[in-house]
Design a protein around this ligand. Structure first.
Ligand SMILES: Cc1cc2nc3c(=O)[nH]c(=O)nc-3n(C[C@H](O)[C@H](O)[C@H](O)COP(=O)(O)O)c2cc1C
Length: 252
């Protein structure tokens, strides 16, 4: 697999696209990349379809020429698994000159919803960008400082792995994650929203967690580690106030 880690520091959500139709053949590498995505949980069936804008109800959002419609089996961890998989596509698009943006608000039309046996989860828009594709500095990312999302000693490669997590995109940029641990294990926690905020956020938090897990994993691999994502009792027993334990990444 290509090293997508460098994209983490320059990617951005693209919402303004060139809508001129393209030859079907330009989608070849996109299809190939979709077929090679690595799941977080390999026992959950997913179905990722490329659809055009006439098959999407944009619901106030600007149209994109293409979307990936993500469908999944409805099983424990399914949203996190899909977040983990489609974030690989977000970084793939950035690496290959395409713009992309996660799209929670637009929905596929009925014919698309009925075309899969699996449950529709989310769309990701993509196409040729009408605006600059990349950020030129991490200062351009609107994100919480590292000490608000982690209490791990921020040094060496561990600091770089956490920085990759800090920069991950999330729905409404809520950054609903917290990291604890050391240079052997990073425990990942997700924010428990109040009842009111839960109405908007609850749907997306598990997807956001999948996204950040892929950033963590890709950064650890970039630094020559062999990370493994597992359930860890110690992590589970030490959740920070207002957060709940999700999973842990063993670094070595
Ligand atoms: C699960 C999810 C759903 C999102 N839904 C939308 C959406 O419906 N419309 C939109 O314009 N952006 C959407 N976004 C993009 C976020 O607003 C964006 O990632 C965040 O503000 C950070 O900005 P950046 O991606 O440019 O770094 C979504 C992002 C995620 C992860």
């Amino acid at each position: 697999m290509v090293d997508l880690y460098p994209q983490i520091f320059k990617r951005k959500s693209i919402r303004n696209y060139d809508l001129t139709p393209l030859e079907d053949s330009v989608l070849g590498p996109v299809v190939e990349s979709i077929n090679k995505l690595e799941p977080l949980y390999d026992d959950i069936k997913v179905d990722l379809k490329i659809i055009t804008s006439d098959n999407v109800n944009p619901r106030m959002m600007k149209k994109a020429p293409y979307y990936i419609a993500g469908f999944s089996e409805d099983k424990e961890g399914y949203k996190t698994n899909l977040g983990y998989m489609l974030q690989q596509m977000d970084l793939f698009f950035s690496a290959n000159g395409w713009g992309s943006c996660w799209q929670g608000i637009p929905k596929p039309k009925k014919n698309i919803l009925e075309s899969s046996d699996l449950k529709f989860v989310i769309l990701m828009a993509f196409g040729k960008a009408n605006v600059p594709l990349h950020r030129t500095s991490t200062m351009e990312f609107k994100r919480k400082p590292l000490n608000k999302v982690s209490n791990i000693k921020n040094e060496g490669y561990l600091g770089a792995i956490l920085e990759a997590a800090r920069l991950a995109p999330s729905a409404t940029n809520s950054q609903p994650w917290f990291f604890k641990g050391d240079n052997h294990v990073i425990h990942v926690y997700s924010f428990k929203p109040s009842i009111l905020r839960a109405i908007i956020l609850k749907k997306y938090i598990p997807i956001d967690i999948g996204i950040v897990l892929y950033h963590l994993k890709s950064a650890a691999e970039h630094f020559g580690k062999n990370p493994e994502i597992i359930f860890d009792e110690t992590g589970n027993e030490n959740s920070p106030h207002g957060y709940e334990y999700v999973t842990s990444m063993i670094i070595d």
